[in-house]
Structures are given as C-alpha cells and as structure tokens.
Design a binder for this molecule. Structure first.
Ligand code: ATR
Length: 289
C-alpha cells in the first residue's frame, strides 16, 4: 500500500483490537475503490475516548470504527448522533466534520442488508430474536426497520431484556425455555447471544428440537465457527441458516461510505469477502482465527 502526504487515516478504537478484521476489510475497499486512505487500529482504554477524539480532531483523522468498550461511552463527545444510532444507544462509526465527530451505527445496515439478501421477507411478520446484549440492540432496530410486526425476544435474563427493550405489544420478552409460548412455525430468527462462539463451538442457547422446528430462516450473528451449533440445529430441522460474516462485511461497506462518500463496488465487496473468508476460515475451511 503506497502512502504519500495526501493519504488520509481512519482507525478502529477499542480494547482489545488485535483480533479485529476491520483493517483488512477497510484497506481492501480502499485498494479496490482507489481511495488514498490507510486504516489501522488503536487500543484505547476505557474512559479515554474524549481525550482521544480531541487529539484526533486536531490531527484531522478522517473516521473511526468504535468497538467495545466505547460504543456508548463515546456518545457525549460527538457533535452529532444519527437518530438510528441514538435509538440503538450505541455508535460504531465516527466521521470527521468541521464541528467534531458525527456518530452512526452501521451494524444495523449490515444486518438489514444481509437479511434482505436472504430473500426471506419479514414485512408484517412476527419474528424471533435470541439475546439482549450489544449485538441484539442493533438487530432489534433492524428487524423493525425491515417491517417486522413484532419480535419474540428470548433471553436468559428476562429482567435485563425488559429493562433494555421494554415489554409491550410489539416486544414479547420470554425466558429461553419458554419458547413453547411462541405459536406456530415458519419463523425468521436472529441469534444474537455469544453462545456457540469459538471455542464454545458445541454450545447453543437453546437445545430443544421443538424450538428449531419453528424456524424457517435463521441468522446467527456469530461467524466463528463458520457453522455454529445453532445453525446446525436449524438445518437439521429443515430450516435455512446463515452465519454473521456478511453482516460484518456489510456494516463495513456502510462505514466506508460514511468515511469516504464512496459506494464499494460489487467486485470490491467480493474481493474483501474472499480475503476475510481466507483469514477467518483458512483455505481448508478450518477455523484458524
Ligand atoms: P454484550 O457485550 O454483547 O452485551 P453479553 O453481555 O455477554 O454481551 O451478552 C450477550 C448475550 O448472550 C446476552 O443476551 C446474554 O444473556 P444475558 O442477558 O442473560 O446475560 C447471552 N448469553 C451469554 N452467555 C450465555 C449463556 N451461557 N446462556 C444463555 N445466554 C447467554
């Protein structure tokens, strides 16, 4: 990658950051789209976001992705927060403006694009979401943006989910083992817990076959391992299942657009997808991350 005095800089802020795939994806996009930018990662301790952004603004750093533990903490230091990000209560993308940094949440776009591409139309339908952690925040908003009529939210801690999302006529919050209260079958389901994440490959937030018989299409936000135990169970009961790698890729496409005003071409997305796949799963399909 050639740099010169006109090269701009974007970076990930988080702690930890060493395992992030964002530098690979963003630098691949810059290369294919001909954008003179380098993207790196800074490990930033909790509580340091304000100081970091002040310095970054002086240096003209063009944009950031934000990850744990700063996604909510950084909000008071921004000059603008996109309404969707505000509703989610978390930002993952910051863009330099003359007034300071503007905050967006592109996770929601990643989830929405992946779901739209699946061809499973959730408009006017009730859907299922498992989990109430960080990933679930963006996914829940995404489900409603896509027109879901209501969401059955299954979570280990019901109180936490109720406090976060509110229990009303649209959000029906249940403990994991109360899935039998969900009537019928043919559901879209978003798996948003961390259960099944490498190295816990054999774990699933729900084990009961009766649950999986309700699912026609599932997106597991986990992408490591490539096929989670949850996905296996969906497929074993005749449903379709995808992991969250596309969501990761598509949130980056949206972030790239926010940073540079450039829409990544289809071939640019495919080039980055191949590099990401190789890095995460290896050429032999085995987990090597
Ligand atoms: P985040 O950093 O994204 O907020 P988290 O707090 O670890 O991550 O929670 C992620 C989700 O995984 C939550 O829904 C969590 O359930 P609780 O809200 O009950 O904590 C869920 N989760 C994590 N470990 C779990 C387990 N062993 N069984 C069931 N759910 C689990």
């Amino acid at each position: 990658m050639m740099t010169d005095a006109k090269t701009t800089v974007c970076a990930l802020l988080g702690d930890p950051v060493e395992h992030s795939h964002s530098p690979l994806i963003q630098n691949s996009f810059s290369e294919t789209e001909g954008v003179n930018n380098i993207y790196t990662a800074f490990r930033l301790k909790k509580g340091e976001a304000g100081t970091a952004l002040k310095g970054a603004f002086s240096l003209g750093i063009k944009g950031f992705n934000i990850t744990v533990p700063h996604k909510t903490d950084v909000i008071p230091y921004l000059c603008y927060v996109d309404p969707l990000a505000e509703r989610i209560g978390a930002v993952n993308t910051l863009v330099l403006t003359e007034q300071g940094y503007a905050g967006y949440n592109t996770d929601i776009y990643g989830f929405m694009r992946q779901t739209e591409e699946s061809g499973f139309d959730i408009t006017g339908k009730k859907v299922i979401m498992i989990g109430a952690g960080g990933a679930a925040n963006a996914v829940l908003q995404g489900l409603y943006e896509l027109g879901a009529a209501g969401v059955y939210i299954l979570n280990r801690s019901v109180d936490k989910a109720v406090q976060k999302f509110g229990q009303d006529e649209r959000n029906v919050i249940l403990p994991l083992n109360a899935f039998k209260e969900i009537p019928g079958s043919g559901y879209f389901c978003a798996q948003c817990t961390s259960v099944g994440l490498f190295p816990g490959n054999s774990d699933s937030p729900i084990e009961d076959k009766e649950f999986f018989e309700k699912i026609s299409y599932a997106v597991d936000v986990i992408y490591n391992p490539e096929e989670t135990a949850f996905m296996k169970k969906v497929r074993a009961c005749g449903g379709k299942a995808e992991n969250g790698l596309k969501m990761l890729l598509y949130q980056a496409v949206e972030a790239f657009y926010r940073f540079h005003g450039v829409r990544v071409s289809d071939s640019g997305v495919e080039t980055a997808r191949k590099k990401l796949y190789e890095k995460v799963y290896g050429g032999d399909g085995k987990n090597n991350s």
